[in-house]
Structure formats: C-alpha cells, structure tokens
Design a protein around this ligand. Structure first.
Ligand SMILES: NC(=O)c1ccc[n+]([C@@H]2O[C@H](COP(=O)([O-])OP(=O)(O)OC[C@H]3O[C@@H](n4cnc5c(N)ncnc54)[C@H](O)[C@@H]3O)[C@@H](O)[C@H]2O)c1
Length: 324
C-alpha cells in the first residue's frame, strides 16, 4: 500500500511509520516539524510541509500516488488550547479540511485519523463506549470532535471513507529503543515520572495534581495504551476501510484504569528508584477517571491491547535511559 503519513515525525506517527514500513508498506511522511523530530523518521522519505499550505499539499499529492492517508498532525496541549483557541481551530480543523479537500482533488479516498478521549468531556459511565455523549471541555477536544463531524459529512456526501481512532493515554516506546516520546513541554504522566527519575541528585520534583478525587486512592485514573498497540490498530483500521466504506469511530484503550499512584509505584519498581513527589491542587478540566471500552474495536477490527502497564513503563524507561 502507498501511504502518506501526515505527522509521521511525531511520537505516535513515528511508531506507526516504523510498523507500516516493517510490514512492507511504502510510506511517505509530511510534517512541519513543529513538534516532530527528523531522527524519528528512521530514514523514511519526507516532505517538510504544513497541512495549512494548500500549494505544498497539491505538490506532494501530484508527485506520488497514495492509497491511504494517516493523519497524526495536530496541536495537542490542552492548556495551550484554552489560552490560544485560534491556533487549535486553525491547525487541527482548517489544516484537516485542507488535507481532505486535497485528497478529494487527487482521488485519494481513505483516511485514518487520530482522534482522542478528550472529545468525551466529563465521563458519565465507568467504561466509555463509542456511544458515550461527546461534550469536550476544551478547544483541543472541540477541534477533534469537529473533524470527526467533518469526516461523517464527507462520507455521507460520498467519496471519502475514514476511520477515527480515539486514543486514550498513549504511552510506552519502541521495544528496540529506536523511538520514544520527546515532547517539549512534556505533559504526559509516564515520561514526566521517568524524567524526574533521570534527573540525578538535583532531581526534579514530580507533582501529582489532586489527591481527593472519588477514586480508590484519591488520584486520577487513566487508561494507558502502548504506541505499538496503536500502530497495530492503524493497520487493522486501514484494512477495514477497504471492506467497509463510510465513516467509522473506534475507542482505543486497554479497558483497565490505573491511578497516578499506581503508575508511580510501577515506575519505581521497574527503575529501582524512588520518585521525589509532592501533591498539588487539581488541574481544571481533569476528570477523575477515563477508561475506554474497546469492545467495538475487538469485534470489528479484531484488535485488542497486548502490552501491559509494566511493558509500557519498561519500554519507556529503556528509551529515556538511552537518551541520557
Ligand atoms: N499522545 C497521546 O496520548 C494522544 C492521545 C489522543 C490523541 N492523540 C492525537 O494523536 C496525534 C499524534 O499525537 P502525538 O502525541 O504523536 O503528537 P506529536 O506532537 O508528537 O505529533 C504530531 C506531529 O504532527 C506534526 N504537525 C503538527 N501540526 C502540523 C501541521 N500543521 N502540518 C504538518 N505537520 C504538523 C508535528 O510536527 C508532529 O510531528 C495527534 O493528533 C494527537 O492529538 C494523542
């Protein structure tokens, strides 16, 4: 398959890219490197371009035939989306609209899109299924939900088949430690704990936001999913699209939640080091618990998460150690 991987230099995109190439697919990356890294391409061909640049998109689609587009490009910092919503609507919504129009112009009609648990907002169920109400709490979540709506509308109008994969908390790293998570700033729990452990004597203090949530130990519960499990879902999703036209949505998680304290204890066990932590106040907009039902992905795609929390942390720990 000829695949255009938009955002393939980023954290999740680069892991999916490696997986696709290992499966023999021919991949080309489009990335503006706003948060991606050249090294993460592992030698894949790449056009440095912005999805907001219509002319650049035209050039890329004219130069090569693509069967499928995988679209990882986004701004994804929740707090930044609150202070600068225009940036999020422009990049995530207008950018995606440019991409969809260019695909249609060039006769490319299959898209796999990175959506998120942030479209759901405050959970109303213990385990979140695809049917859960969608009430995002911030412009980031709204921008992703708007794209899901666009994908529905484009499919109904005919000619664009898509699958939106709603990741819960992506985590972990390439088991060969060639790839891993490097975000600036880093807002994700596991890399932040592990980075605090690597800081040596002057160890950064790790902050736990909130200790009075209605969860068993008072800290937030999240569903962690290994990037390689996401990669296998992308391949299955792409194959599914060829058999099932239309616009589809799937939640991707492990169906198991872990609290911040549980994750921290697992990190301590795997690294053999003690985390220097302190409790801080709750962050606005952080739900107590976010856990996915992945039943639909299991039934329709034949997908389920394979990596345990321990394997997620082990691969991430190996990656972070390899950088220091
Ligand atoms: N990391 C998570 O836990 C998580 C959870 C749910 C959803 N997501 C979604 O998954 C996708 C990938 O997330 P990630 O953590 O790998 O993010 P990332 O920031 O590491 O990767 C995004 C990539 O897209 C590129 N990009 C951004 N805007 C672009 C533009 N206008 N033109 C061209 N390239 C552009 C960046 O340079 C980067 O390489 C995002 O859409 C994100 O919203 C991530």
């Amino acid at each position: 398959m000829n695949i255009l991987v938009c955002g393939g230099a980023g954290y999740i995109g680069s892991h999916v890219l490696k997986h696709l190439r290992a499966k023999g697919h021919s991949c080309h990356v489009l990335d503006n490197f706003s948060s991606g890294h050249e090294w993460a391409l592992l030698g894949a061909s790449c056009s440095k371009a912005d999805i907001l640049d219509q002319a650049a998109l035209d050039k890329i689609f004219s130069a090569r035939p693509f069967d499928v587009v995988m679209h990882f490009c986004a701004r994804s910092l929740v707090a930044e989306s609150v202070t600068d919503p225009a940036l999020y609507y422009r990049n995530n919504v207008s950018g995606t609209l440019n991409l969809l129009e260019t695909m249609q112009k060039h006769g490319v009609n299959k898209l796999v899109f990175s959506s998120t648990a942030a479209i759901f907002g405050e959970p109303q169920e213990e385990i979140i299924s695809e049917a859960h109400p969608r009430q995002p709490l911030n412009p980031y979540g709204h921008s992703k939900l708007m794209v899901e709506q666009m994908l529905q509308d484009f499919a109904e109008a005919g000619g664009l088949d898509s699958i939106a994969l709603r990741y819960f908390n992506a985590a972990g790293a390439d088991p060969e430690a060639e790839l891993g998570e490097v975000h600036e700033p880093e807002t994700h729990l596991i890399p932040n704990i592990l980075l605090s452990l690597l800081d040596g004597e002057s160890r950064r203090e790790f902050k736990i936001f909130g200790k009075d949530y209605p969860t068993p130990d008072g800290t937030c519960v999240r569903d962690y999913i290994h990037v390689n499990d996401l990669a296998s879902a992308h391949v299955l999703g792409m194959e599914y699209l060829f058999e099932h036209p239309g616009a589809h949505v799937f939640n991707l998680g492990s169906q198991r939640g872990y609290s911040v304290l549980e994750v921290m204890q697992a990190c301590e066990q795997i690294s053999g080091k003690k985390v220097n932590y302190q409790f801080a106040g709750r962050r606005p907009g952080d739900p107590a618990r976010l856990v996915a039902s992945s039943l639909l992905a299991q039934q329709e795609l034949g997908w389920q998460a394979e990596y345990s929390l321990e394997q997620i942390i082990e691969t991430a720990w190996n990656w972070h150690q390899s950088l220091s």
